[in-house]
Design a protein around this ligand. Structure first.
Ligand code: CP3
Length: 359
């Protein structure tokens, strides 16, 4: 009987790809959940691996990267696994050396400052990044259809800011100097980044990534006008190129309240929200023709469990059962976060029923 067969198929789809269905705003049995930086220093298993390997070593050894990815996802019981890698990896094949200094974050040794520096960047060596795709293949072989697998890359603006500042930044002065002062060089830089990232994402999708997340972590440093003039087009091109590979795209940034409508205009399937606005307010700005992901303040994970539960439910109620919500934090898990609180959030999301709202 076809009807019974269809519903059986429907159920097996729900089991295997709750997360991917939510990205596409299809109905799901419950809200899918995963966490930004779910594999990291807050987790003992990760710290144990880090005792023997640097961050970049873990990224470059597919067995290790896959192990770290799988361990975190299994331990938390989440619906999606994000591949363990770093935003800055594409800098190396473009010709920029960097390292992670303890407590300092990333340092790029010869940052891009001039048109000649931009000219010297290479775009023909994206294939060198295939260790990430190899790790994704291993994660995909492990989870099969049990979990969604997320590949990722930085957005053009955020990656350019690291290349130009040489690391994290408070005011993005060098970035904006190049952006305003030599817009031709700036556009050429973004073009080169998009070329490399498109190829990098293609490798990840071919290896089994179900969804690609584009991290525009520092886009909130731009005014709306500057976002429109200097960042939007390159992001949009990358989003569309990845969608052309047949997977949904999540586009995420922090302090984006004023940018959400324009970020959504890139066409990304899902907009990742920070925690500064209630989710329903932010979703209205994004538009209901896009899914949203978020948006618990990651530091709530340090609160007493009663407060944590109130805040988790506040996010879920704000989504109001509308198809297309993926539960997540508004930014990454920080070191020293109690793992049991992260696990408790997974349980709260799994058990939440909208009817509880009136209680
Ligand atoms: O589980 C996951 O989320 C996957 C792993 C992941 C890492 N980096 C590993 C990592 C992901 C998704 C990233 C992306 C990334 N990297 C971003 C975008 C996400 C965001 O937070 O907005 C950014 C901005 C970077 C650049 C970066 N990498 C910084 C600024 C730092 C230092 C920050 C710090 O807290 O020290 C890193 C290092 C890094 N990347 C760590 C991890 C687990 C921690 C350092 C370590 O293990 O030595």
């Amino acid at each position: 009987d076809t009807k019974a067969q269809n519903s059986a198929v429907e159920e097996s789809i729900l089991d295997g790809s709750r997360f991917v269905r939510a990205c596409l705003r299809k109905p799901v049995d419950r809200t899918p959940v995963w966490f930004l930086r779910q594999a990291g220093r807050y987790m003992q298993e990760y710290r144990d691996v880090r005792k023997h390997h640097t961050l970049v070593e873990i990224c470059k050894q597919p067995d290790l990267a896959a192990e770290v990815t799988i361990t975190a996802a299994e331990k938390l019981g989440v619906d999606a696994a994000i591949i363990f890698a770093d935003l800055l990896l594409p800098l190396e094949p473009m010709g920029l050396d960097f390292e992670f200094q303890a407590g300092e974050g990333p340092v790029v040794h010869h940052p891009v400052r001039t048109a000649d520096d931009v000219k010297a960047l290479r775009t023909d060596r994206a294939a060198d990044l295939d260790y990430v795709a190899k790790a994704i293949s291993k994660v995909a072989a492990h989870f099969k259809d049990r979990l969604g697998i997320i590949g990722f890359c930085g957005a053009p603006y955020t990656l350019a800011s690291y290349m130009i500042e040489g690391g994290g930044s408070r005011n993005y002065i060098e970035t904006k100097k190049l952006m305003y002062g030599n817009t031709l060089a700036w556009n050429s830089l973004l073009d080169k980044i998009v070329t490399v990232l498109t190829e990098y994402c293609r490798q990840q999708v071919q290896a089994g990534a179900d969804v690609i997340q584009i991290f525009d972590s520092w886009v909130g440093s731009l005014s709306l006008t500057d976002y429109r003039d200097y960042a939007f087009e390159a992001s949009k091109r990358l989003v569309r190129a990845v969608q052309g590979m047949g997977v949904p795209v999540i586009y995420f940034g922090v302090e984006t309240a004023g940018l959400l409508t324009d970020m959504a205009a890139t066409g990304a399937d899902v907009i990742g929200l920070d925690w500064h606005q209630p989710l329903d307010v932010a979703w209205r700005s994004v538009g209901y023709n896009h899914a949203v992901q978020g948006n618990l303040d990651p530091i709530t994970l340090f609160a007493p469990v009663e407060i944590l539960e109130q805040r988790v439910k506040e996010v879920l109620r704000a989504a109001n059962g509308r198809p297309g919500h993926i539960f997540n934090l508004g930014h990454g898990i920080v070191p020293n976060t109690p793992v049991e609180n992260v696990q408790a959030v997974v349980k709260m999301v799994r058990e939440f029923r909208l009817q509880e709202t009136s209680l």
